[in-house]
Ligand binder design. Structure first.
Ligand code: DGL
Length: 233
């Protein structure tokens, strides 16, 4: 492995730490950097051009710090910026996040899948293109859950992983209000299309228990980053 190779991750906040954690589980020896762009959080409802600028700033800082691989650990930033970044930095390997609507469409038994993501992700051509190509035969319910982003940022990763029972119940209520109507509409796949939501996976799974599968992309993304990392060896 080249001495200077580091793997950089960024997101609007702590959401992408879910992707970093998954990568560190499979590749603990890699040197990693993480930028939480909390000054501009949330990205979800901002114009794509603005998110692209934030993504450019984060990428520049990671590249200047020696990252040869940059992970856009944010579906919204990927939608707004990944093509642009690939053109701008041809020597850097980029990995992005995109809602796993194809996986869900292939696996659904009810023919109804729900995607939880931000407005910026839903309007991006990556998502709309994948949905058109692979989910034409199923009903896709698109649900924004901006309050999940706010809760995850407010609590922070450490507290989220060690919730008091009171806090856990409160969060479960928030998740229930958003997810129960999706289950009532017949969704048997709930796609986590925002990296912040991965931190709430346990609670979302509890709400969905026996009724829907929660689709979490983090292990697949981590495996992809690992193979790129090993390819640079
Ligand atoms: N974590 C980001 C994503 O995956 C979005 C959160 C935000 O709105 O900033 O899309």
């Amino acid at each position: 492995m080249s001495e200077g190779t580091k793997v950089g991750f960024f997101d609007s906040g702590v959401g992408g730490r879910s992707i970093l954690d998954a990568f560190q589980r499979v590749c603990p020896e890699a040197r990693t950097l993480y930028i939480a762009d909390t000054e501009h959080c949330p990205y979800g409802n901002r114009p794509a051009a603005e998110v692209r600028k934030f993504a450019e700033d984060c990428t520049r800082r990671l590249v200047e710090a020696g990252c040869g691989i940059v992970v856009l650990a944010c579906n919204t930033a990927t939608a707004a910026a990944i093509e642009h970044l690939r053109a701008e930095y041809p020597d850097i390997k980029f990995v992005g996040l995109e809602p796993a609507v194809k996986t869900a469409a292939l696996a659904t038994k009810t023919g109804v899948v729900a995607v939880l993501a931000t407005a910026g992700t839903f309007t991006g051509s990556l998502y709309t293109g994948t949905k058109r190509r692979f989910a034409g035969d199923v009903r896709v319910i698109e649900e924004m859950a901006d309050e999940f982003v706010a809760e995850v940022e407010r609590l922070g990763v450490e507290r989220l992983h060690d919730l008091s029972s009171e806090e856990g119940e409160r969060l479960e209520g928030i998740v229930m209000r958003r997810v129960e109507p999706l289950l009532q509409k017949g969704a048997d796949m709930i796609v986590l299309g925002c990296t912040h939501f991965i931190h709430l996976k346990g609670i979302i799974e509890k709400v969905c228990a026996g009724r829907a599968v929660v689709v979490d992309p983090s292990d697949a993304v981590a495996a992809r980053v690992k193979s790129l990392y090993e390819g640079l060896a």
